[in-house]
Design a protein around this ligand. Structure first.
Ligand SMILES: [Zn+2]
Length: 317
């Protein structure tokens, strides 16, 4: 029954075929930026996340229409507001997008400058860069804050806010099929993107995934895994929370970052051409965790401090 694979596919640009995890529940792991899925219901299709690269988004749409010709798209759920999950929304219109209300806030704030940065991130791949000349941001039409259920005939689709990776991160749980789209809460053999994270929430989200005992976890990036994959991510996050030792030893943020970044790079495979990028992502993550720990320590000592949400890093994954 299980079709778990753990191979890493970084930088895949192909248009490989979808796989069916349970009757009418499909994913595609061949696209850059996210592993999108779709769920057939009696009344239409519910999509989870949208590929960022236009040719891949259009390929995905064609694959869904090939599987279920003439079935309308009901909803597209974004597990977070990051470019890899939500910038392809425009290719599935007139679908209605659903996401956490914080995703709406973030996406409504995407400027021309943001679009330019997205294009620039592909400057070494001009054929992709030019595809991104007409980015249209489609923020969620429908938002929720904690939970929402989509109930169509036999199909039960639960949207559950977990936070952790971002203040908008939500998972999509199909209890009857035991499939859970976990967004960027789980990363397999890759460094998680932490720069908008909250580590305590993240650890709680991982614990929740173990509690529901999903057979298939569909991570935001890469192939399907099982609950076992949650442990490595949890250890990584616990390791990052080790910034507390530096904080207590009186080290500042930069000293903490240089103390930890080398060791952190060792946690997951890093292809040489991505090393600089991953290293800077780890540092952004350490900045974020440093502030979180600082806040915890200050609160413990009775000081009042600003919330974490006030200083988000740039959106990426
Ligand atoms: Zn993300």
């Amino acid at each position: 029954m299980a079709r778990r694979r753990s191979a890493v596919r970084i930088g895949v640009t192909g248009l490989g075929k979808r796989e069916e995890l349970a009757p009418g529940v499909f994913i595609n792991t061949f696209y850059r930026g996210c592993t999108p899925g779709f769920i057939y219901t009696e009344e239409g299709i519910v999509l989870v996340d949208s590929p960022l690269i236009p040719t891949q988004a259009m390929d995905w749409r064609a694959q869904i229409e090939e599987e279920y010709p003439d079935v309308p798209f009901l909803y597209l759920i974004n597990t977070d507001h990051h470019r890899g999950h939500a910038l392809g929304n425009q290719y599935f219109l007139p679908v209605k997008v659903i996401a956490h209300e914080r995703a709406h806030k973030e996406m409504s704030g995407y400027t021309e400058n943001f679009k330019e940065r997205v294009r620039n991130s592909f400057k070494r791949e001009p054929e992709i860069q030019t595809q991104l000349n007409n980015i249209v941001i489609v923020p969620p039409h429908i938002t929720f804050t904690q939970r929402a259920n989509l109930l169509y005939g036999e199909r039960r689709i639960e949207l559950i806010y977990v936070g952790g990776h971002t203040p908008a991160t939500s998972i999509v749980w199909l209890p009857d099929e035991s499939v859970c789209f976990v967004g960027d809460i789980v990363w397999v053999d890759q460094h998680p993107y932490m720069a908008q994270g909250n580590t305590l929430e993240w650890l709680r989200a991982l614990a929740f995934l173990r509690e529901i005992e999903a057979e298939y976890l569909v991570p935001g990036h890469g192939p399907v895994c099982g609950v076992d994959a949650t442990y490595r991510v949890g250890e990584y996050i616990e390791f990052m929370r080790g910034v507390r030792d530096y904080y207590r030893a009186g080290k500042n943020k930069n000293e903490t970052k240089s103390g930890l970044v080398g060791e952190m790079l060792e946690w997951f495979p890093v292809p040489p051409e991505r090393k600089a990028k991953i290293e800077s992502q780890i540092k952004s993550g350490l900045n974020r965790v440093f502030r979180e720990i600082q806040r915890e320590e200050e609160e413990a000592s009775g000081k009042v401090t600003a919330g974490l949400d006030d200083d988000n890093e740039e959106d990426f994954d």
